[in-house]
Design a protein around this ligand. Structure first.
Ligand SMILES: [Cu+2]
Length: 142
């Protein structure tokens, strides 16, 4: 009886290891990072979305991180707002995203929604040491 149990356990272990090597986990794709530099070239805003890629007609969230381009980039800019437009159609979104400021130059805008396919621009209002400016992240929604 003991050998029977041992044989069963061994067979089960071999089957399990066979399963694992036969179907490796699919590689997790790297997130799409969209980057735009501030006008003075000192800072860069890195934008990612959740989900990625941006879905059509479903809510998505935007994460923004401020990254210095040089060692002496100076004071970190502030992101003040995030919005999105279809410039060719002269309209924006039908939703009002909720903007959340995090720590260490990280921000999040929740509840964006692209209600039609085509060319969109995600607009990020930034306040740098030189003043206010707007950075545009182009997005084409299939
Ligand atoms: Cu449109």
């Amino acid at each position: 009886m003991r050998y029977l149990v041992l044989a069963f356990v061994l067979t089960f272990a071999i089957l399990l290891s066979g399963c694992q090597s036969a179907s490796p986990a699919p590689p997790v794709p790297a997130p799409t990072e969209r980057r735009q530099a501030t006008g003075d070239g000192l800072w860069e805003i890195v934008l990612t979305t959740d989900p990625d890629p941006i879905p059509s007609n479903e809510h998505f969230h935007v994460s923004l991180t401020l990254v210095p381009k040089t060692k002496d980039a100076g004071p970190r800019p502030e992101i003040e707002a995030v919005d999105a437009y279809m410039p060719d159609h002269r309209h924006g979104m039908r939703t009002q995203p909720r903007f959340v400021k995090g720590a260490d130059g990280r921000y999040r805008a929740e509840g964006l929604l692209f209600h039609m396919s085509g060319y969109w621009e995600i607009f990020v209002a930034v306040k740098t040491a030189r003043g206010q400016e707007g950075l545009v992240f182009p997005v084409t929604l299939e």
